[in-house]
Design a binder for this molecule. Structure first.
Ligand SMILES: Nc1nc2c(ncn2[C@@H]2O[C@H](COP(=O)(O)OP(=O)(O)OP(=O)(O)O)[C@@H](O)[C@H]2O)c(=O)[nH]1
Ligand SMILES: [Mg+2]
Length: 452
């Protein structure tokens, strides 16, 4: 596990969470009265993928239906006994629960089962921790993990307690030790937050510079593994990390792309979403996810081959809402349409979106030009329609319009060049004296009115 931040000197976050890399894990999915059984299959599938990505060997899974939650163990004593037998029989090292476990329930389960018990949030935190490559991502993950671990310092299965001499349980450590640990973690949280603030300032400056170049920006958003990085890689011909694994991307990457009109746009790849993304992580990754907030257009990528398309789409929409981006100009693409069964998925998507979307295949290069045009159209939907008449020798101004706007028509007459175009107000300065017809639509770029 990566943990190369100086501020963590002398302390391992692993000490405070059950991130002991166990070999064999058994998955537990709890179905409550209102949960439908079909979704449980998808939950098993997703938790298996997440656990694989974390690096444990998933032995098997169990779906437990509960009528009434037990306040101490969630699943009740009968099911606890059942899990005990499974643990012995299958020789497993840990149970992974799909449901979030409160610190108290987690502690009780570990005590009763005498084995390490973790929940889905901890799996995701572990994956993020292993993946974080840049300083910002590492800091964000460390903060999330510290906050997650703070109420869990009395857990049985921690590296910390192992180091203290017991195979498990830090009873020997006592209240005093616990208080010391708590203070230590709290002070690390403060340091991490401060460090993140510094890194955030650098990111904000970079973003500001980018915005000041007046290049339209697009943020690619979507469920993890939907093909966001693949799309940017293909469009920009660059060496971006693409993997058939969850959370391959933890940092944003921006590339300049030439659009069908010839104009450039900056396209940014972002961290993938997952249903029930731990809140600590959304908060920690807010500054990375804020790329969406500052983009002119949001491009949502959905994966046609995913068995639960609805969940992926709805998760994406609700995360965008959480980021306060639900009203931004948005284009939706349905990726991985290279499988014959995808026709069926297209129908499902139609019901889901109730509006236009672009079916694409990044792998087969299908419809990517249509997608780029849809993005440009969306961007220019609200810009101003302006007609110009340039002196016949002012080709430089025509070239300027081509670079910075969209040319709808161009006529080279004997004594002038007549152009119909779409252009944003910010680019009008140089050409405004030649405008003959100016239809203003009230579009003010958000960043112009916000200080960052
Ligand atoms: N069949 C098919 N596979 C694709 C297509 N586009 C991407 N993939 C595959 O989907 C997997 C995930 O692709 P990524 O581009 O890493 O997905 P991502 O959305 O960036 O994932 P995260 O970074 O984890 O959020 C890879 O194995 C890609 O090769 C496509 O059009 N068709
Ligand atoms: Mg990616």
């Amino acid at each position: 596990m990566k943990n190369d931040n100086n501020f963590l000197e002398g302390i391992e976050i692993d000490e405070y969470s059950c991130s002991v890399k166990a070999q064999r894990a058994f998955l537990v999915i709890i179905l409550e009265k209102t949960d439908d059984e079909e979704s449980s299959i998808n939950r098993v599938e997703e938790l298996t993928s997440l656990s694989d990505t974390m690096g444990v060997d998933v032995v098997d899974s169990i779906i437990i239906k509960i009528r009434k939650e037990s306040s101490s163990t969630l699943i009740g004593s009968g099911k606890v006994e059942e899990l005990k037998e499974i643990a012995d029989e299958k020789e497993i090292d840990m149970f992974i629960f799909d449901n979030d476990l409160s610190p108290r329930i987690q502690r009780n389960l570990e005590t009763e089962l005498d084995i390490c018990v973790i929940d889905r949030t901890e799996v995701i935190l572990q994956i993020f921790a292993d993946r974080a490559a840049t300083r910002e991502a590492s800091l964000q993950v460390e903060l999330a993990r510290l906050e997650y671990s703070l109420p869990r310092l009395t857990r049985k299965w921690t590296n910390l307690s192992r180091q203290r001499g017991g195979a498990k349980g830090n009873k020997g450590g006592g209240e005093k030790q616990l208080e010391l640990d708590r203070r230590l973690v709290q002070s690390k949280i403060t340091t991490t937050k401060n460090d993140l603030e510094t890194v955030k300032k650098i990111r904000d400056n970079q973003r500001k510079n980018r915005l000041e170049q007046n290049i339209p920006s697009v943020a690619i958003i979507g469920y993890t593994n939907s093909g966001k990085s693949s799309l940017l890689k293909k469009l920009s011909n660059s060496d971006i990390y693409v993997q058939n694994q969850l959370f391959a991307t933890l940092d944003t990457t921006s590339k300049k792309i030439k659009m069908p009109s010839g104009r450039e746009m900056i396209i940014t790849d972002t961290v993938g979403f997952v249903s029930n993304l731990p809140h600590t992580l959304i908060d920690a990754f807010k500054s990375t996810l804020e790329e969406a907030k500052w983009a002119d257009v949001i491009l949502i990528i959905c994966d046609a081959s995913h068995s639960d398309l609805e969940k992926c789409y709805k998760t994406t929409i609700s995360t965008l809402k959480e980021l306060d981006c639900q009203d931004k100009p948005t284009v939706i693409a349905l990726n991985k349409m290279d499988n014959p069964l995808d026709m069926f998925q297209e129908g499902r998507m139609k019901n889901l979106v109730q509006g236009p979307f672009v079916p694409i295949s990044v792998k087969e290069n299908q419809n990517l030009d249509v997608l780029l045009s849809a993005i440009e159209d969306k961007y220019y939907e609200n810009t101003n329609e302006v007609d110009f008449e340039f002196p016949i020798d002012r080709h430089d101004l025509v070239a300027y319009l081509i670079r910075n706007g969209i040319i709808e028509s161009i006529d080279y007459l004997e004594d002038k060049i007549v152009v119909k175009s779409k252009i944003e107000p910010v680019f009008m300065g140089k050409v405004k004296d030649f405008a003959t017809n100016y239809k203003e639509i009230n579009k003010v770029r958000k960043w112009k009115n916000n200080s960052i």
